[in-house]
Design a protein around this ligand. Structure first.
Ligand SMILES: *Cc1c(COP(=O)(O)O)cnc(C)c1O
Length: 403
């Protein structure tokens, strides 16, 4: 604040400021002659202006001067630029959680009476939210398979606005036919939204395949260290970004500077981590598939998986999360969960440590028997988010838990 018009007033020796005031108005040093290597945490809720006209003008547009933390902040913007760049988008809006990003996009683009088409198997929180949209706002939903553009076309109505997909689904790891589904959406004048949390921009960039919006829970791989909750929505076109931005600043699902800094820091090692997550997952999935206690393994890198061929074309790696069905059903699932020693029992995914989860009794407990069946989740299904530990240590743990 060295150039601030306040400086002369603050430092006038004929009228020294009282301690009460000086405690509040601490002059901030300008950084000149060099730049920080990493983005600092701008832990401020707002920004002050020398010129009131600049302030007034900046409040109404996303690319003006920084105004207020709910709109954005230099640390948050730095993350928005980084993820937008990785995904090949025009601009992004960082949010306080993945659900914050998903809801910001859905609520900005839909109104009562609208219809949307979503793939059958969805992240639990998203599925629950679609139910809320129907119950509260009369926004109806039709589910279609993630790889069936003909079913998408057949489901369209005059009031259809949006198509919602996930690059890789949870926990059965079905891969969406993004080129086919997004092309159909575009032809029909619908906005396509793709949750790319499981794949990340390292394995797949949905905008390259025709998506209009990409959403992420940055809580997962993007931050990668199980220490922050966050989300982001990336827009292929500036126009759609601006439409959602005007709504987003009023909705208030904003990202915090420190949380954004943690995500941006994690992002720097994303490519390295994804490589290890994927190679560790390959070793474990391959060995589990041969184990007598395991009835089936659902990882798109196995030739037995229904998405194997599509995944080979669409993804540059098969991902670090997969599920497997224990032959012994629910009892075997519960025994396995209490027998693992290195893998941690926890929800969430995408961190450096390996986590296991029994969906039927945890993440998917709110689903009816019918919905469970539709998602392909059995009573003995275990989901594993494979970390970056040494793969043989992980295998030793799983093998003893299965014995
Ligand atoms: C975790 C997750 C979300 C929700 O993100 P939060 O950060 O928990 O709000 C959405 N989609 C997918 C695929 C997820 O894994």
């Amino acid at each position: 604040m060295n150039d601030s018009r306040s400086d002369a007033f603050r430092s006038d020796p004929s009228r020294p400021l009282r301690p009460d005031t000086r405690a509040v108005h601490v002059p901030q040093p300008a950084v000149e002659g060099s730049r920080p290597i990493t983005m600092p945490i701008y832990q401020t809720s707002g920004f002050t202006f020398d010129d009131p006209a600049v302030m007034a003008e900046s409040m109404g547009r996303p690319d003006g001067a920084y105004v207020y933390g709910r709109y954005t902040n230099p640390t948050v913007r730095s993350l928005e630029l980084a993820v937008s760049g990785l995904e090949g988008g025009a601009a992004a809006i960082a949010t306080g959680s993945g659900m914050g990003a998903i809801n910001t996009v859905l609520l900005a683009l839909l109104k009562p009476g609208d219809h949307l088409i979503a793939q059958s198997s969805l992240y639990g929180g998203t599925a629950a939210m679609l139910g809320e949209l129907t119950g509260r706002f009369g926004i109806t939903v039709t589910h279609v398979p993630e790889n069936d553009p003909a079913a998408l076309r057949a489901a369209v109505r005059p009031e259809t606005r949006l198509v919602y997909l996930e690059t890789i689904s949870n926990p059965m790891t079905l891969v969406a036919d993004l080129p086919g589904m997004c092309a159909a959406a575009r032809e029909l004048g619908l906005v396509s939204v793709v949750d790319n949390t499981f794949a990340t921009a390292i394995l797949c960039r949905p905008i390259e395949h025709g998506a209009d919006v990409v959403v992420h829970s940055t809580t997962k791989y993007l931050s990668g260290h199980t220490d922050v909750v966050g989300g982001i929505a990336v827009f292929a076109a500036q126009e759609l970004y601006e439409r959602v931005w005007h709504f987003a600043i009023e909705l208030g699902a904003s990202a915090e500077p420190f949380a954004s800094w943690l995500v941006a820091r994690g992002l720097q090692t994303l490519a390295l981590r994804m490589e290890r997550h994927c190679s560790n997952a390959r070793l474990l999935a391959t060995r589990l598939a041969e184990h007598p206690a395991v009835a089936a393994v659902h990882w798109p890198g196995l030739a037995s998986h229904p998405s194997y061929e599509l995944a080979g074309k669409l993804l540059s790696g098969f991902g670090g999360v997969f599920s497997f069905d224990l032959a012994g059903g629910r009892a075997a699932g519960e025994k396995f969960m209490s027998s693992v020693r290195l893998a941690l029992l926890a929800p969430s995914l995408g961190g450096v440590e390996t986590l296991v989860l029994h969906p039927a009794t945890t993440s998917h407990r709110s689903l009816s028997a019918e919905e469970l069946e539709r998602s392909g989740i059995g009573e003995g299904t275990v989901r594993i988010s494979v970390g970056i530990e040494h793969p043989e240590d992980l295998w030793a743990d799983l093998a003893q838990a299965l014995a």
